[in-house]
Design a protein. Sequence first.
Length: 317
Amino acid sequence: MMKNNPWKELNKIVNTKRCDPLNIFNFYWGLNQNNEYLFLLEHKNYEDWPSNKLSFNEINIEHYQLQTGYRILLTLKEINDWDIFYTLCNDILTLSKEIDNEKILLTVMFNRLQRWQKMFRKARTKLLTEQEQQGLIGELYFLKEFLLKNYQHSTALSFWRGPLGDKQDFGIGNNSIEVKTKLGTSSSNIQISSIEQLDFKTQSAFLFVLTLTNSNENSISLNSIINEIKEMTNDFESLELFESLLLEMNYIELPEYGEKTYIINKEAFYEITDEFPKLTLNNTPTAITNVKYTIDLKFCNTFILSTKEFIQRFLNV
């Protein structure tokens, strides 16, 4: 779904427009004499904006005094990046709706812009591949269906460890789980990307395999499942944590991530015991340091758990 471009409504005569008349803070869309897209916030106290300098290649950020109060001005340098710029601006607007104090708003806005520094550089040069999108959908599906529905939202999100660099995707206490997503073909294979991926160090370990099928009807996309989770995590702390984890996964909302759509074909749980076919650091020669391999799940039926068994074992609910 394409975003509406609010700057298209502006011209040299009407060059600013309040972003949201219901927002208690003074945010504006703007257009300058060079037809560059602007995002403005007018506020009261200069010292409330952190003194550290923010530096973007694609956005110029200024902070200066007006006749009454001060203005933070974001100017987009390359108009072709307007959709990413809009996503950034809308992200700040969304956060502002949960805040009723200007000083807190400025701190949150500054911190948010710091996060965007890294992501803005990557977004146009390296979109997530289709396979990476499918993998993220699988992790988000597990998060949505099995964690957010059974735990407080901030607690459930803290179990998502993959974005923070852990070897496995999720961890709860002494239990770990790895999520694999594949397209619904005749193949029962899954790809393992390293020796460590199934080399669990916890007391119990599980594999969740989600099978997707391409579809345009009653389907989900990466964008849509993320929006579903945002609607579930409607408290400020959880939403902030979720957004932070998504940025670690190199995701920002772009129209391209709504183009590939799927239906859930099948989901399956496996218990990873010592007998489960896998490579580990203990059974791989020391001289072998980089391994990718394939597991054919049709030989792993003895390790299958029902959803009820998994919930009892892993979630303890």
